[in-house]
Design a protein around this ligand. Structure first.
Ligand SMILES: [Zn+2]
Length: 197
């Protein structure tokens, strides 16, 4: 796992488990049929309003990067772990606490408690709470069981992850070099998830 600087004391695998038993899906490392890769950006992404620490994606059937910026590793360990959990929250389909107020260009619905102290908020308010975990468990349990099909009238949409759709790769000796080159770029994870559209 050469992609993270030395000051990172915990591995991505451990960080992926930070939601604990509330995590609706498991992540497994798979170098061929990966759904996302963890990529360390060579440079920071800063603007007048600050620097991006990490960037994730919402669940769909594509392949994605979970991008980490060097600036993230200048933060306290607590801030790093919370940033990680926040990004994983996006991969589970969660939007920001303030999405229905300041990010209305993209559809979002409120599910469960809407407390400002949430890992999906920003800054000092961003902390993983028992309510966050309970709501996430309830969302996935009810959606997967079919009990919950809509939230405030918006339908819940399920996606098959890339690794379920892609054909098994054929191993040809001549492709080994390309495979090695890919492995050096990042770590590859498979997941399955839903997006509250
Ligand atoms: Zn975010």
């Amino acid at each position: 796992m050469a992609i993270l600087p030395n000051q990172s004391k915990i591995t991505p695998s451990k960080r992926l488990l930070a939601w604990g038993s509330a995590a609706p899906v498991r992540f497994t490392e798979n170098e061929d049929l990966w759904d996302f890769e963890i990529v360390m950006s060579a440079g920071d992404n800063c603007s007048a309003s600050g620097c991006t620490l990490a960037r994730a994606f919402f669940p769909d059937s594509g392949r994605h990067d979970l991008m980490l910026y060097p600036k993230m590793f200048e933060q306290s360990r607590k801030e790093q772990v919370e940033t990680w959990m926040h990004e994983i929250g996006h991969i589970f389909g969660l939007r920001h606490f303030f999405a229905t107020v300041t990010e209305t260009a993209w559809p979002a619905e409120i599910f469960g408690s809407h407390d400002k102290f949430s890992i999906m908020n920003y800054g000092a308010l961003s902390t993983l709470t028992e309510r966050d975990k309970k709501d996430l468990v309830r969302l996935y349990e009810q959606a997967w069981s079919g009990a919950l099909t809509h939230i405030n009238g918006t339908p819940i949409q399920f996606f098959l992850p890339y690794h379920k759709l892609a054909p098994e790769p054929i191993h040809v000796p001549g492709l080994e070099l390309a495979s090695t080159a890919l492995q050096q770029r990042g770590s590859y994870y498979s997941t399955s998830s839903i997006r509250v559209k």
